[in-house]
Each structure stands twice: as C-alpha cells, then as structure tokens.
Design a protein around this ligand. Structure first.
Ligand code: G1P
Ligand code: ZN
Length: 543
C-alpha cells in the first residue's frame, strides 16, 4: 500500500456548526482543506484498524470528488471496509439507517442540507457515530481542536474507485462496497408503516404530489411512493438529483418549495403534498390549500402514532427543540409520557433515544423523526402522514382542525432575517439581553412578561451543559418570543425570531397565524429594535 503523508498547515476555521462543517464550495477546494478536516475526524474517532465506515452524500456539486479523497484517506488510516451509496448518494436518514443496520464504526455524510449547491453554492461534511447519529459536541469540539494543530494527513497514492458499479472493489487493503442507496432504507420504512393501507388509499383515487426538489430524495421517493405504494408516474416531481439542485434552494418551506405550493393551492390540487430537502432529512406537509406547521405535524403524528404498525405499542416519550411550539407537550401530557425540551439541533435527541426515553422527536425547522434512525427523516414523516390519512380517511385540514379542537392550537410562526451583517445581528441580541433585567412584570398591551432567559440545557443522560441556546421572553398567558442566531448559515448572520401564542377557543383557532401573532410580532420588534438596527422592513422568510 502506497501511503503518503502530506504536510499541511492547520486551519483555524473548521469548527463544526449545528450540523457539521459547512462552507462555500470554494473553501473546500482550497488545497488540503477537506483532507485536514477528514484527518482530524479520523484522529479523534480513532477507529480500531479494520473498522467499517459508511460514506455518501446528497449528490451536490463536489460530492464525487470529495468521496474519492475520503476513500483514499480511509484506506491510509486503517479502515478495513467502506460502504458507499451508488453514485456517492446516501440521504442523511439512509446513511443513519445503514450505519445502524450494519453496526459500522460510524459514517461520513457529505451535505450542506437545504443550502444551495453548485460551484458557487455550499458544501458540507459531518461525522456520525456508531448509533447512526451526528457526533455529540464533545467529539465535534475535539475535531475542531485537532484541526487547529494538525500538521499532516495520510492518503493513499492511487486512482479512485468506480462509484457507479454495485459490488466490492479494493483500494489498497481496504474493501469499498458500492451499495444500493435505497434498498435498506425502503425495507426499514416497510417495517414501520402500513403499506397495504396506503396502497389501498391510493388505489381508491387519493392523489398526492411529492417534490424532491432535484435533491437526494428523488430515487427514494420514486422507489417507495411510485413503485412500492403504486402512486401513478409523475407523483414525484423534480425527482432527478442534480449537482446544483436545478439552480433552486432545496429547502422545503413555503418560500423555496413554491412549485409544490402553487400545485397545492391550485384548482386541481391533489389531496396531499410534501417536499424534502437537499439531503432528505427535512419535510414539509401540505393539504389542499393548507399548510401544516412542523410543530403541529409532530403533535399530530404523536397523537396518531398508534395507527402505524411500528408504533402500535405506544411511544416512550417525545423530545422537541426549545423553539418548537409546545403543541407536542400537550399530546405527551394526555398520553402520560414525558416531553423533553432540548437545544436546537438533532444531535441533542441522540442520548434520549439511545436511553429509550423518547420515540418521537421534532424541530420547528421542518425536522421530524423517531428512534428508527438517529437523524430526522423527511420521507418517514411523509409516510407517517400517509399512514394516518389511510387509516382516518379525513383530509389533512380536517385532521389538524380536529387536533386543535381537542388539544388547543399553539399558533406559531418563525421569521428569518438572513445574511445580516454579523455586528448588526450581535447588536440585536445584545439589545434584547440588555432588557432582561427590566422586562419581567412589564406589560405590552394584553401581554405581561413573566420571564426572560438565555436557554441552557443539561443533558439528562450524560450531564453535559449547553448554554447560550437562544433568548426567551415568556408571557403570562404562555405566549413567547424566542430569538436565536443560526448556526448553519454561510453568509453573514441569520437571525431567527420564533413567535408562539396559545388559542384554546375553537371558534378562533382557524385564524391566519400572522394576524393572530401580530401583537407579538410588534412586541418583538419593540424589544429588539430589529427593524431600526437592521434597516430591514420585513423578514427574508416567514414560516
Ligand atoms: C437549522 C434549524 C435547526 C436544524 C438545523 C439543521 O439550524 O433551525 O432546527 O437542526 O438547521 O438542519 P440553525 O440554522 O437555526 O442553527
Ligand atoms: Zn437537511
């Protein structure tokens, strides 16, 4: 084996954010940049010689090149085997599924999730541990520390492998197994959901549309929704993954999934619409002319979980990220199971799931999932909804309205201010923090401030503390405003404002969310001086 040891200078900017290291493609093309990060990962995880790794990505620009580099480095670092999705493709939840199914040491996922791709777009890399989930903070911190002092990396001096040929190839002493990226995942989905009930629903004329946004879920959705569940050809739109996602922004929200939104608001709208993001872990659920907020989606799934065979025995508990609405808490309360409130980011759910304390997890940012893998899972959520619809035979809108009538509605919205100058965003946060001393007890119209704090979380399993996780202003009636800086943006700073109010009265539950939240939106601006400080009149994205 021809191992080369290449000297490199340490990089100071390889701190993994909410979901791994994410940068512009150009940054990853800087000589030794990717290699240094990968070597830091390998040094920190210290896999025993001969270990197996999983490797794949969302197919974005630079995916194949990065995979060839990582394979040559894995061989030079003593791995015995790497499982790679054909064509370099593995959705994030599928990668998690493969890591767990084959009991591998871990996996490397190449993705910048919902961020745009292409030569001018973003690229990303993250390491998942043997439980299938994103590496916890103590590992990502160690990777960062390692990258700041690294002086060389190991790589095999050899040609790459054929990523498109299923089967085994050798790279030095290491086996590279090119696997079908869909098969293991599709089998797992069939074990969780009532495919025959869904097939019957679709046979009976129920119509749906799934927008893969030219990202990784195309092949997964075609196999599962069209082939296995028998939906007509054309049900999956934008199903061919493209390196630049067709120039789009592969984020399944009301702004970026506009093609689907137009279809679902049109005269001949199907009964159900859904979309997923770049790497397949996010989901958006729509009914005919109706949007289901991700917070409500989690609550509806929890309330109806027993209808799906994989969850028929009940759920152990629910976890949601702090900014996610408390709709799920109400369901947990009724079911008599615990509901955990964690910081933003899927990695905080891993310990709770590993310890068997929760079954379902969700984030307001279009992330929903369960302990079947250790990532959020877009298609899983879509199949869960189809399973519920097949069993309840109501429209999406009716299911949500009945849910609100039973539990009350947590009226919810998130306002994002993207690409703000970093000092402006920091100034807004400092301004709000500066008000913390005098806000409690203060009255704003009908709202009286009960508390304000900077959210921190102590992991109940390993005792680790994560602080500085978002500024919360809670009101006496349970409404709240949360402000947080994004950890995934790659341009300037993104400020997120989360707004939530509770409506118990069914007669008022169907109101437009922005209207119902208007007083809170005004209070948020008054306290943060956001408009004045940023010069922005409105958010970039409203969800
Ligand atoms: C965003 C979401 C967060 C999610 C993360 C990764 O992070 O808000 O819920 O876990 O993407 O998909 P943020 O940019 O807010 O740090
Ligand atoms: Zn994603």
């Amino acid at each position: 084996m021809n191992v080369r040891i290449i000297p490199t200078k340490p990089f100071a900017d390889q701190k993994p954010g909410t979901s791994g290291l994410r940068k512009k493609v150009a940054a990853f093309k800087v000589p030794h940049y990717l290699e240094s990060f990968v070597q830091s990962v390998f040094d920190v995880v210290a896999a025993p010689a001969g270990s197996t790794l999983v490797l794949g990505g969302d197919g974005r620009y630079h995916n194949r090149e990065a995979i060839q580099v990582i394979l040559r480095m894995a061989a030079a670092n003593g791995f015995g085997r790497v499982l790679v999705g054909q064509g370099g493709i593995l959705s994030t939840p599928a990668a998690s599924c493969v890591i767990r199914k084959y009991g591998t040491h871990g996996g490397i996922i190449l993705s910048a999730s919902h961020n745009p791709g292409g030569p001018e777009g973003d690229f990303g890399i993250k390491y998942n541990t043997g439980n299938g989930g994103p590496a916890p903070e103590k590992i990502t911190d160690a990777i960062f520390a390692r990258s700041a002092v690294l002086s060389s990396y190991r790589i095999l001096d050899t040609a790459g492998v054929d990523l498109d040929r299923i089967g085994r190839q050798m790279l030095g002493d290491m086996a590279v197994e090119i696997i079908d990226p869909v098969a293991d995942y599709a089998e797992l989905m069939e074990s969780l959901f009532d495919f025959s009930a869904i097939r019957e629903l679709i046979d009976g004329g129920f119509r749906l549309c799934f927008d893969a946004m030219h990202a990784v879920t195309g092949p997964y959705a075609l196999e599962i929704i069209e082939r296995r569940l028998g939906a007509p050809a054309g049900t999956v739109i934008n199903g061919v993954p493209l390196p630049d996602f067709g120039g789009g922004h592969p984020d399944p929200n009301l702004t970026y999934a506009h093609e689907l939104v137009e279809i679902m608001n049109g005269d001949s709208a199907p009964d159900f619409g859904a979309a997923s993001d770049g790497d397949g872990d996010r989901n958006m659920i729509l009914g005919r002319g109706f949007f289901v907020t991700p917070s409500d989606s989690l609550a509806v799934i929890a309330a109806n979980a027993a209808l799906a065979p994989g969850y028929a025995d009940g759920i152990a508990g629910i976890a949601r990220s702090m900014p996610t609405s408390a709709a799920a808490d109400r369901v947990a309360g009724k079911l008599g199971v615990p509901c955990y409130e964690t910081p933003t980011g899927w990695k905080f759910f891993g310990n709770l799931m590993d310890a068997g304390k929760v079954t379902l997890c969700g984030e307001e940012s279009f992330g929903t999932g369960s302990s079947h893998v250790r990532e959020k899972d877009g298609l899983w959520a879509v199949l869960f909804w189809l399973n519920i619809l097949a069993r309840r035979r109501l429209s999406v809108e009716e299911i949500v309205h009945r849910h609100w009538a039973e539990y009350g509605r947590n009226v919810y919205s998130r306002h994002d201010y993207e690409a703000l100058p970093s000092d402006v965003a920091a100034g807004v946060m400092a301004q709000v923090r500066g008000r913390f001393a005098d806000l409690p007890g203060q009255r704003f119209g009908d709202y009286r401030v009960k508390f304000c704090d900077d959210f921190s979380y102590t992991d109940p399993i390993d005792g680790s503390l994560s602080s500085g996780q978002g500024l919360r202003i809670g009101f006496e009636d349970g409404s709240r405003i949360v402000l947080r800086l994004s950890g995934t943006g790659t341009e300037g700073a993104t400020l997120r404002i989360y707004l939530e109010a509770f409506e118990a009265d069914p007669a008022r539950q169907k109101a437009d969310a922005q209207q119902a939240l208007a007083p809170l939106i005004a209070i948020a601006d008054e306290i943060s001086q956001l408009r004045q400080r940023s010069g922005r009149e409105r958010p970039t994205v409203i969800t």
